[in-house]
Write a protein that binds this ligand. Structure first.
Ligand SMILES: [Ca+2]
Ligand SMILES: [Ca+2]
Ligand SMILES: [Ca+2]
Length: 293
């Protein structure tokens, strides 16, 4: 009986350590990153919207190529949706190796095309996440909101997630707008974006200036990534994520609980090495790959 209890506790502690290891500070300069089309094929995984929701069906062309600051994450296909031209959607690339709760994310970005691009966070899947999207083109989307704009939004669904022809989710425009303005970007001019996600509050900065603020409590944690809509020439680089989950008062109870659970020293011994292993694994798993609407 004692063995069973010890085994159970050890298992729980290991599970706890593993989950902790997937939230941490993170830096990516894309010098050694790999993009895959399926989970397990790369650090970054591509998710195109399904053909029924696309006007230009692509596929997307996410890649690592020389761009902003040495090698960068880029997308060069003009993939866009939705087919009715009512909302700007297209393709995502998601960092597949970690999840974050509260964090600050900074990234440098430059676009040679004039269409939609942005970031996603607290990503559970294609139909459950938040996004920032910005559009310069004043002609897009023809039957929906036209640029220039910056938006913070929450995904609601896509009308027919299982593709059986019957509506089983949110109708167009598929996203709820949480905050918006009429600013965008200039083609060929790099910007630095910063997103702070703390609890239910999101603040978005462009070149150090607060531009959008929104609140929503639907999604608590998830992956991060980038998105495009008809944006055939974008580069993302110098991604920096600071994990803020542990430093905010609302999380102190959880931290206290964690330290109570670590009384036998097991967590204290294993947690740093698990994190170290995670970082080293990440480096080893990286391998080099090549390069208007
Ligand atoms: Ca780089
Ligand atoms: Ca375009
Ligand atoms: Ca355009």
């Amino acid at each position: 009986m004692r063995f069973i209890i010890v085994t159970l506790i050890t298992t729980l502690v290991l599970l706890y350590c593993t989950s902790l290891a997937f939230s941490d500070d993170f830096e990516e300069d894309f010098s050694n990153a790999k993009v895959g089309r399926k989970p397990g094929e790369g650090d970054w995984v591509v998710y195109d919207e399904p053909p029924k929701d696309l006007g230009d069906k692509g596929p997307s062309a996410w890649d690592i190529a020389k761009g902003l600051d040495g090698k960068a994450l880029t997308q060069s296909s003009n993939i866009w949706g939705d087919a009715t031209d009512a909302v700007a959607i297209g393709s995502f690339v998601i960092y597949d190796k970690a999840e974050w709760v509260d964090f600050s994310l900074e990234v440098d970005v430059v676009a040679n095309d004039n269409d939609g691009m942005g970031i996603v966070w607290r990503w559970k899947d294609r139909l459950n996440h938040y996004r920032f999207i910005t559009m310069f083109d004043s002609g897009n989307s023809p039957n929906g909101r036209k640029g220039p704009y910056r938006l913070l939004e929450r995904r609601l669904g896509d009308g027919d997630a299982d593709g059986n022809g019957e509506s089983d989710g949110a109708e167009l425009p598929f996203y709820e707008t949480l905050a918006d303005n009429k600013e965008a970007y200039t083609q060929g001019v790099p910007q630095t974006w910063k997103l702070e996600a703390i609890g239910d509050t999101f603040k978005f900065y462009v070149d150090g200036k607060l531009t959008l603020k929104a609140q929503d409590s639907t999604y608590k944690k998830g992956k991060i990534g980038f998105l495009v809509y008809a944006q055939s020439g974008v580069f993302f680089d110098n991604l920096r994520i600071t994990d803020l989950w542990a430093v905010h008062p609302q999380n102190k109870l959880a931290i206290t609980w964690a330290s109570i659970k670590s009384v036998n020293g097991f967590i204290r011994f294993h947690q740093p090495s698990q994190r170290q292993n995670f970082r080293e694994e990440g480096r080893e798993m990286n391998s080099k790959i090549s390069e208007d609407r």
